[in-house]
Design a protein around this ligand. Structure first.
Ligand code: ASP
Length: 439
């Protein structure tokens, strides 16, 4: 029996809260003790140049960035090797097709639910009604790639280039084809699979090592955001901000829980408890992509999902499944419509559901991209893309929170699909100590 005293999750959460408190104290001293102003566009506290240079751009940036680089360093080798081994371990390769269709269907469904709830909430609460528009807004729109191009670009011309660029969909496709071929290649294939299984073990060990640094890095990452952004800087955007947070919490806690219970008969409390470390990583880094190693480790070693399923669904989800991002985009679209005094028809709202779902697929799992992809949605329904300028200043905290939801969604769908395919080991799922790292 473990005492739960020295587990890493507990330490990460403690340091995360401590980082938030430290950041708030720093902000309060600067704002009210020293009387520093807030940058009206970036909505950040304007510290003196030396504080910014030594602390925010110095110590905080050094520790935070090194940690994020360490995580990113693991993503490509881990995804390739674990997906190769996972594919090769499937008894029946045709299973991959079924798995893929179920996963895609659930990813799309959860995103559509997320955005619909966001639209309903924003129509009801009207966060943008009576908003005073500044007249100097500018924002350049991003155009949507065509479906044909998306499909063509999934196939790598050069797998090494795909890895060098971190192009996740191309890496996924190559790893699956390589894994399938290994199973067909007889003894040579078996030798390669055995070798990569060893590589996989070593990389997972590296993930564990990097995770041990997480408490300190999460402290710094959170303190750095809370030290610069204060709730008093939200001003007339606070109803937008809190509405996005409320829908994110609803989706993350209620919708996923209901789905886990109803579709897979799994206990959502156990799920959420075991997801805490991954959620803290997502929150700290604001990047589903950088969180992949931790999410993958959590679902396989703590929640009992077979690697064959998780090594496919987690990187895919981190790339295309962004429920939190879709929620922000839904609320933001209505907020901007209301601020500009435009009434959206029901048909236009339907359009928002479709484009936001597609936009969230196209959003890379890196910080801040969700907001850039919002321009696609706005253009689709004829709203001014400059509206994004209204909310960009307060996006960092929302980005962190929606990334936590994005990652939770990937893991929830992974558990549901794994359970339905007989690839979830419930004795691991319900073992509180399974896969926990000793601090
Ligand atoms: N930061 C988000 C993620 O990595 C994407 C976004 O919404 O900007 O999941």
């Amino acid at each position: 029996m473990s005492q739960h005293k020295h587990d890493l999750t507990r330490k990460i959460i403690t340091y995360m809260i401590a980082g938030a408190i430290f950041g708030v104290i720093l902000y309060s001293i600067g704002r009210w003790g020293m009387g520093y102003e807030i940058d009206p566009v970036k909505r950040q506290l304007l510290y003196p140049a030396t504080v910014t240079a030594w602390l925010f751009d110095g110590a905080f940036r050094l520790v935070g960035k090194i940690f994020i680089h360490l995580l990113q360093m693991l993503v490509v080798p881990l995804v390739f090797v674990s997906l190769f081994c996972g594919t090769a371990s499937l008894k029946d390769p045709a299973q991959l097709g079924k798995l893929g269709i179920k996963t895609l269907a659930l990813y799309l469904l959860t995103t559509a639910i997320a955005i619909s709830v966001a639209l309903m909430a924003a129509s009801f609460i009207k966060p943008g009604a009576g908003f005073d528009l500044p007249n100097d807004l500018t924002f350049a729109a991003k155009s949507a790639p065509s479906l044909i191009d998306i499909l063509i670009n999934m196939v790598p011309k050069n797998p090494l280039a795909a890895m060098a660029e971190g192009n996740m969909l191309q890496i996924i496709l190559f790893a699956i084809l390589f894994g399938l071929s290994a199973t067909l290649a007889g003894a040579a294939g078996q030798r390669l699979i055995a070798f990569f299984n060893d590589v996989n073990e070593v990389i997972m060990q590296l993930v564990t090592l990097v995770m041990k640094l997480a408490p300190y890095a999460v402290f710094v990452l959170i303190a750095s955001v809370f030290g610069r952004f204060g709730f008093d800087a939200l001003g007339n955007l606070s109803s937008y901000f809190f509405l996005v947070i409320a829908v994110l919490l609803f989706h993350g806690l209620v919708v996923y829980s209901a789905m886990l219970k109803l579709l897979a008969g799994l206990n959502p409390v156990v799920f959420l408890k075991k997801m805490r470390a991954a959620i803290a990583f997502a929150f700290g880094t604001a990047s589903s992509n950088a969180t992949i190693p931790v999410t993958l480790r959590t679902v396989t070693q703590r929640l009992g999902v077979d690697r064959a399923v998780a090594s496919f669904t987690i990187p895919l989800g981190a790339t295309i499944n962004m429920d939190g991002t879709a929620i922000m985009q839904g609320v933001a679209t209505l907020f901007i419509a209301q601020a500009y005094g435009v009434d959206l028809t029901l048909a236009q709202m339907g359009m928002v559901v479709i484009t936001a779902t597609l936009a969230s697929i196209g959003t890379a799992g890196v910080p801040g991209v969700g907001l850039i992809m919002l321009s696609m949605v706005l253009q689709q329904v004829g709203l001014p893309v400059e509206g994004i300028g209204l909310i960009i200043g307060i996006d960092r905290l929302l980005d962190m929170t929606r990334t936590a939801v994005n990652v939770t969604g990937d893991a929830a769908v992974t558990c549901i699909v794994a359970k339905s395919e007989g690839h979830l080991d419930e004795s691991i799922f319900y073992d509180p100590d399974a896969g926990e790292i000793e601090d």
